[in-house]
Design a protein around this ligand. Sequence first.
Ligand code: HEC
Length: 227
Amino acid sequence: MRIITITLIFIMAVIFGAFGFVYSGILNVSATEKDPKILTWLLHTTMKKSVERRARNINVPDLMNREMILAGLADYVGMCAQCHGEPGQKPGVLAQGMNPPPPDLDHLAESGTAAEIFWIIRNGIRMTGMPSFGKTHEEKEIWPVVAFLESAGNITEEDYRRMKTEAIKYGHHIDESSMGFSEQGLINSDGFSNELDPEQPEEKHTDSLEVFTDGDRHGHNNGNHVH
Ligand code: HEC
């Protein structure tokens, strides 16, 4: 009997304590506040395991397609770069102010299997700044970004810029100003040109991509979906 009373008192104390904590306003919700390491580990591990479990049954299409990868880079610039950044660039305003911080491109490329990355892009990660793109994009519009990330492990700044120059023709987020070309002077009066390395023949632009065969992009429909 005594044990039951003590247990009940203990449970009530925990419940009142929790409410007291919530209503007192003691917790600082500022994004500038550093989370304790143990909490970061707990949340991140929970997230990873949750994604791992849910991505198990996703069928991954063929991602070794050069045009698809380039389209994915263009889409990355349009959809992801403002948070996850680009090689050789300082993190943007959003990325600097977010908690948890968005990992950079190198980290993304290594962050999981193609199915897991696809799941994250489609669903987002709640209680972080990672949005769900599945609400506004069809699956066939998400796979190219996965294809790009799969091929972007340790990509150099130079390779990235070369690929980006080529990628302007692809993707559903194509807009020269958003790709930053006019600012970087990569477009001259003749139209499209790659001033980074004019001597280099076209096929040589993407050394790391030479293994990929040309082929149709996976039914990507340019620019007629809602954002
Ligand atoms: C508004 C900012 C924002 C945008 C836009 C955004 N992300 Fe994220 N993303 C985040 C944040 C913040 C996290 C970190 C979440 C965490 O720590 O759990 C994240 C996490 C991720 C992860 C998981 C990394 C890991 O450690 O496992 C992947 C993969 C990812 N994003 C891919 C993308 C891709 C691809 C795009 C574009 C289609 C994109 N994100 C667009 C903010 C963003």
